[in-house]
Design a protein around this ligand. Sequence first.
Ligand code: XMP
Length: 556
Amino acid sequence: MEKEKPESHRVSVSGDVEVSAYLEIAKGRVGEQPLAEPEEKLGAEREAVVIIDFGSQYSWLIARRVRECRVYCEVMHHDAPWERVASLRPKGFILSGGPSSVYEPGAPQAPAYVYESRLPVLGICYGMQVMAHQLGGKVAKGVKREYGLAVLHQNSVSSPLFEGLPPEMPVWMSHCDRIEEMPPGFVSLAYTENSPVAAMGNDQGLIGLQFHPEVVHTPQGKAILQNFLYKICGCSGNWTPGSFVAESIERVKEQVGTGRVICALSGGVDSAVTATLIHRAVGDQLTCIFVNTGLLRREEVERTINTFQRNMKMNLVYVDASERFLERLKGVIDPEEKRHIIGEEFVRVFEEEAAKIGQVDFLAQGTLYPDVIESAFSGNRAVATIKTHHNVGGLPSKMKLTLVEPLRYLFKDEVREVGLALGLSEEMVYRQPFPGPGLAIRIIGEVTKERLEILRAADWIVMNEIKKAKLYRQLWQSFAVLTPVRSVGVMGDFRTYGYMVAIRAVTSEDAMTADWARLPYEVLARISNRIVNEVPEVNRVVYDISSKPPSTIEWE
Ligand code: XMP
């Protein structure tokens, strides 16, 4: 079910204008890589579960569901060493699904420590089969592939796994192999039409599920996972944004000591939350650098300065480099060249400003868990993300900076929750993603001061109307694009010859695929009407009704 991620020439970012994007674009300037910190020590009271990944497309989802149950978890490769796992002091294991068949040579196995630890284990699909295989049961190819919805019938054996749940429930299946013989000591907890052993367990807390509790098509799936976590592993669900904040502050303090930290602020969620967290921990030892590329949206600069300097009283170095960027973009039409120039110039400005600060020891980055997970494993996905993950390579090679990445184990929605817990405004926390190269890739053709002003005015209206219609949060992105097309119009008694602006509004989960948003006609009408009335250079507005793929979200 995993969608193929299309190859892209674009810079991959986790969601918003992160400085990482710029740094990565500046490919020519690969400096010394700061070493990532070793795996962090964990607070005594944090309850954790380890998900052993066998390459399933759903491993992520399992992690998200577990986190939704307020239990901390990490996804680890099936050959992760015990030391890494032990540092989390897990209260249980979850074995993910995977594409292999346990009876084939070379099929991945669960590490011995999973069973030797005597902790509860939940095997899901391949995870169940591997458990059966390793513990002396028998797995064989099913007569037919079972894919899609099935009805799960509980057996009369009572198990805390199904506590509070109905005797029959719909579940999502996706497997070819099945359990022919359970390992000694196991009993069947439930069956479906095609799987006599759709769930099995023993009295040591080892459980196997043939179906996928992590997908939405298994409506009671989260309750099943929660039962495993709470009733079998003994977790209490105390991992909350508040506890994360408190714990992270302690860790940052410990890591940074009396050192100095710099952080590039972009106005995006990830860097905002990172900076706020670090500021809470080490106060004035943090200096944020905010580069105005001149390619930002209206009021963006003022808002960022207000939030971080005036309200939060952070050390903020604000650099207005807009003229420099404009100068370098003069006459440039090719989108990739625009990106490259912007990335390179950004690094230069950042370097110059960082050098003025003097001795700096740490670089704070808003790396998120998806970047970490993807760069750690998962085949070809790794390639794209290693780049994002190592993008600090563009930083000054003379500066030996150690990374501080307080969000590296969080998903985007958790970052938002943490942002709110830190007192950041909803407006900041629920901001739509904005590309690193900014408005430059929404002006088709040459970027000039005049065109930037036109686009800013049109974009402002789009944002305004989308917010007024209460659609802002439902949309992945909504913005205006300034095309170089000019067309004839008529206003009053006058013929006009103006620019054409395109409106782009999309829904998406992860920006890899997107659908054009079915905006209400009235909203489109208001946007169009206001743009042609309030932006004199524009006399025509069109709505982009293409999805991704084959189109991209941005026009360049
Ligand atoms: P596309 O246009 O490729 O965009 O469908 C997917 C997501 O990535 C953002 N995007 C960028 N972000 N630097 C960035 O930081 C870039 O060069 C860039 N190009 C696209 C885009 O806004 C969307 O969220």
